[in-house]
Design a protein around this ligand. Structure first.
Ligand code: G
Ligand code: G
Ligand code: MN
Ligand code: NA
Length: 253
């Protein structure tokens, strides 16, 4: 309850901020995207991880205004960088279950993007497999988002509950291979088999595929051999604040 109250105040007191992690195209080594990751600078506890506070925010419903803040802040930042003249890239935003199931989500996002003048093709919404358990609801919601023109990714792919059924039926664009498979891909032949199979399946289904948690050159080499499209991970950079992202990645891109 303490944390819930703290979270309630955090929005008003501007204690949240975003970090951005680069996403790189493997064939060209070009910067193609960035994932926005929420951070909370608590006045007493210091930086609190989303792993700790997202479940509390989800439980209390506060995730809806917090998620809205994340989405609008990330999109405004992306637009700002495009206006400044940097080559356009896509911004990925994590959606929580409650946010995803909001009745007028697509309408609200559409209006907002129009207002700030950001083309929806530069916005990627990350959902997890478990959010598609209610198949009909998920399908309707995804259809509306696709009609809007945003990109849809399945985050942490391979760790969820859903069957392959939804891959065939859901209007999605990309699989993000969970970092638990990528992290030991060179040591564990089962992980290598899983990464290779997901990548191959993505190609057959005409989905884009991104590897998460890439930490070294060997993993990168393996992913290139598998013709994985994009990668994200500490090998390129940990998530960094906007100013640092601009200095390190945009000014040189
Ligand atoms: O960046 P980090 O490893 O600390 O993130 C931990 C978890 O928090 C990840 O699973 C990530 O998806 C989640 N997360 C980060 N930012 C957001 C956000 O803005 N919204 C939601 N719903 N989850 C987020
Ligand atoms: O669940 P999601 O994929 O949204 O989580 C993203 C989180 O993964 C980020 O919070 C980030 O801190 C973390 N992350 C990103 N790259 C790496 C990596 O190379 N290694 C590890 N261990 N974590 C990473
Ligand atoms: Mn993610
Ligand atoms: Na993930």
């Amino acid at each position: 309850l303490k944390m819930e109250n703290d979270l309630r105040r955090a929005l008003e007191r501007d204690e949240f901020y975003l970090e951005y992690q680069p996403q790189v195209q493997l064939s060209t080594k070009e910067l193609v995207g960035m994932e926005a990751l929420l951070r909370w600078q608590h006045p007493k506890r210091g930086i609190v991880s989303p792993v700790e506070f997202i479940p509390v925010a989800e439980e209390s419903g506060l995730i809806v205004p917090i998620g809205e803040w994340v989405l609008t802040t990330a999109c405004r930042q992306n637009k700002e960088w495009q206006t400044a003249g940097y080559r356009p890239i896509c911004v990925s935003v994590n959606l929580s279950m409650r946010q995803f199931l909001q009745p007028n989500l697509a309408g609200k996002i559409g209006e907002f993007l129009k207002r700030i003048g950001l083309d929806p093709c530069y916005v990627d919404l990350e959902i997890t497999e478990s959010m598609t358990l209610d198949k009909e609801k998920a399908f309707e919601q995804l259809k509306r988002l696709k009609e809007l023109g945003v990109f849809i990714s399945i985050d942490d792919f391979g760790t969820g509950y859903s069957s392959l059924h939804y891959l065939k039926n859901m209007p999605i664009d990309r699989l993000k291979i969970d970092r638990s498979f990528v992290s030991e891909v060179m040591e564990d032949s089962n992980n290598a088999a899983i990464v290779s199979t997901i990548t191959s399946m993505a190609h057959h289904l005409k989905l884009k595929v991104t590897a998460e948690g890439v930490e070294n050159e060997d993993q990168l080499q393996f992913l290139r051999q598998q013709r994985c499209h994009e990668a994200q991970g500490y090998f390129f950079s940990k998530p960094v604040r906007a100013q640092e992202f601009e200095n390190i990645f945009l000014k040189s891109a």
